[in-house]
Design a binder for this molecule. Sequence first.
Ligand code: BES
Ligand code: MN
Ligand code: ZN
Length: 499
Amino acid sequence: MEFKIKRGDLLRQKTACLVVGAFEGRLKTPALRELDAAFGGRLMRSIRTKEFSGADGELLLLHAEVGVPCERLLVVGLGREKDFTLNRLRRVTSAATRFLIERKTATFLLALSQVTVKGSSFAQRLQAVGEGVLLADYRFDQYLDEKKRSRTIALGTIEVWIDADESRNEADAALTSAQAVCAGVCFARDLVNQPGNCKSPQYLAQQAVEMAEREGLRATLLKKSELETEGFGGVLGVAQGSSREPVMIVLEYRGDTEGARPIALVGKGVVFDSGGISLKPSEKMDEMKMDMGGAAAVLGSLLAAARLQLPVNLVGIVPAVENMPSGTAIRPGDILTLLSGKTVEVLNTDAEGRLILADALTYAKRYEPRVMIDFATLTGACIVALGHQASAVLGQHDGLIRQLIKAGERSGERLWQLPLWEDYATMLKSDFADLKNIGGRAAGTITAAAFLQHFAGEQPWAHIDIAGTAWEEKGAPGSPRGGTGVGVRMLIEYLRGTS
Ligand code: BES
Ligand code: MN
Ligand code: ZN
């Protein structure tokens, strides 16, 4: 799929379908009237008969008379103008793209970036449109046969129309940037969607190394023997029930000067979480192949950052393990000594994420990062608190959290802060070790973060719980059922703001 910038008289463009937007309650604009005339008055008739009202996500397809260069017109409802956001622009673009893909239309002309969005630049609008198309075009069809695969068409050239006074270079840059970000998102989605039988920790490591080679990143893998020598007790403890060996993946991207302190990104990489001896119920256990969504966010962000050549240094750290019950698995009551030297009483083997993240955070400090951010599908409690509409963010540095929340709003990957008051720390006190790995039923997302805080160090640190956002249950236009690749867009937006 490629983008092509188009200019000039909109109605003179030769295309299989012209896509334009219309705000609810503002349907009689000069531009829409002009289109209406070219389409034999059908647009205004559809408005009169209330077939189309401009409500958010509504679609109206009209066919032109023979001989008109633009064969069809797709009008997309944008909702109320005062509520319009970049996020909505991205979403309606996805809705239009999906609609046309389902009707076997592989090329079309988008004239959506002209609509104004409060406080947004031309480049931002164009990037949102580009992302809307690219995210809607994603599918995971590796295991489908030819017949099923050919039921969905591949997009060809997508034309994006810009005004005479808008810069072609700026438009090209915005679309290229959308392509870089979405390459990261789709890489992350692919990793999450891969089933557990094909997704060993080694598989994750191999995907990371191959991506690093393609994108010019440095990759290091710490094998089981090295983890043993160094004393990664959390990673080894969680992995010991699985026949697949754990591995620590470290990727480095250098966009800033050699000596500049990096931003450390840590991602939970549990390739499958059965719960271990504290076995999960069987219902929906299949979804636990997504328990490496944090790892996917980190790897996808590194890919995107490298393509965008962001002027920052990054180190990505992914502990990759499988959590399985077996005769060699850790038991409730076991005490592990983590990399930091702290001991942990494992009272529930299903609270495994924090054990591997504790080691990864401890290890990340060796890079003397200026900021540390971890992503993890860490707690079911996060879904109870926020549903699937936002990820939770917690940490000890309000400035960092504010920046992340802003980046989340701009990118459409929302974050909501939960408190991390000292009071919660007492819930993790153990009689037999420095800490226990569960804090009871109350405030599950917070006690998990409070656990991690012991290992995060002094630099600004934020923990992002993506348990409710890493997996799309029903499927939406820009996000089919499965892995969402959440985190990449938000993080890139944040990195752009800091560099
Ligand atoms: N990976 C799960 C959390 C999860 C649940 C992610 C649902 C996505 C969807 C995590 O390892 C886990 O099992 N957490 C436990 C912690 C509890 C035992 C303290 C949970 O949330 O139940
Ligand atoms: Mn678990
Ligand atoms: Zn888990």
